[in-house]
Design a protein around this ligand. Structure first.
Ligand SMILES: *Cc1c(COP(=O)(O)O)cnc(C)c1O
Length: 238
């Protein structure tokens, strides 16, 4: 496939996804501009990523620290901002922090403590989202919903991490009704925490990162501010 053909397909996919995002926002009485697209590039290489950037997607996500570091290095000349969206082993933190705008997948107190410590050493402030295991799948990462308030109360005191919100993945094979239930749980959890009052004004938990290729419309209807979309952007490139 030529670069031109690749560009045409990816541009069309991006346009379609953005249109579907806007439609879902409007259906929910929200502004289309309130939802950000994180284009997940874990399935593709640098050619496809450059094509994405030409199509206007510059906020990208990777779920493995090593892949993120390799791609960030290879694409240093592009105006890309990276979100880490998968587990970060503690020995990968130092390398990852300077490369990312946000860690969406903070999934244990030990990990957040380590991020805070290393961020301090590197003089960085690191925006994070707490990953919450709303579906209760044993295979999923993230805090159990019952532990989120307690965790936040500790993390509020860390000087080098800023909690911007919550992130989740819906149950794998429950279908869209189950996904909607999971996304609603995440939103309700945020409402409960806000009522508790201990967070403000340092953090308002504005961000809800939820929704992937197959369920992002439902996620936006349920209040997502960030959707993480991979495969839908690369349909048709074989
Ligand atoms: C891969 C991945 C996505 C995107 O998945 P698609 O179904 O390809 O859109 C979103 N979030 C996380 C955490 C992922 O690992």
């Amino acid at each position: 496939m030529t670069t031109r053909e690749l560009d045409a397909i990816i541009a069309e996919n991006v346009a379609r996804v953005r249109r579907q995002m806007a439609d879902a926002a409007v259906r929910a009485g929200r502004d289309a501009g309130d939802v950000r697209l994180v284009a997940v590039t874990k399935y593709v290489g640098t050619e496809e990523i450059r094509s994405l950037v030409r199509a206007g997607c510059t906020l990208l996500g990777e779920n493995r620290p090593q892949q993120l570091a390799a791609k960030a290095e290879a694409l240093r000349d592009e105006p890309i901002r990276w979100h880490m969206i998968g587990p970060v082993q503690r020995n990968k933190i130092r390398r990852t922090l300077p490369l990312v705008e946000m860690i969406e997948s903070a999934d244990s107190l030990r990990m957040i403590e380590a991020v805070d410590r290393v961020a301090g050493e590197l003089s960085l402030q690191v925006p994070i989202l707490l990953e919450v295991n709303v579906s209760g799948d044993a295979s999923k990462h993230g805090f159990s919903p019952d532990l989120v308030v307690e965790t936040l109360k500790k993390v509020v005191k860390f000087p080098h991490v800023q909690i911007k919100g919550l992130m989740c993945m819906a149950a794998f094979d429950g279908g869209l009704d189950v996904a909607r239930r999971d996304f609603r749980r995440l939103r309700m959890l945020r409402e409960e925490i806000r009522k508790d009052g201990f967070l403000l004004p340092k953090m308002d938990l504005f961000e809800l990162s939820m929704g992937m290729s197959h369920d992002f419309k439902v996620a936006i209807e349920e209040g997502a501010t960030i959707v993480r979309i991979g495969s839908a952007l690369f349909e048709g490139i074989g």
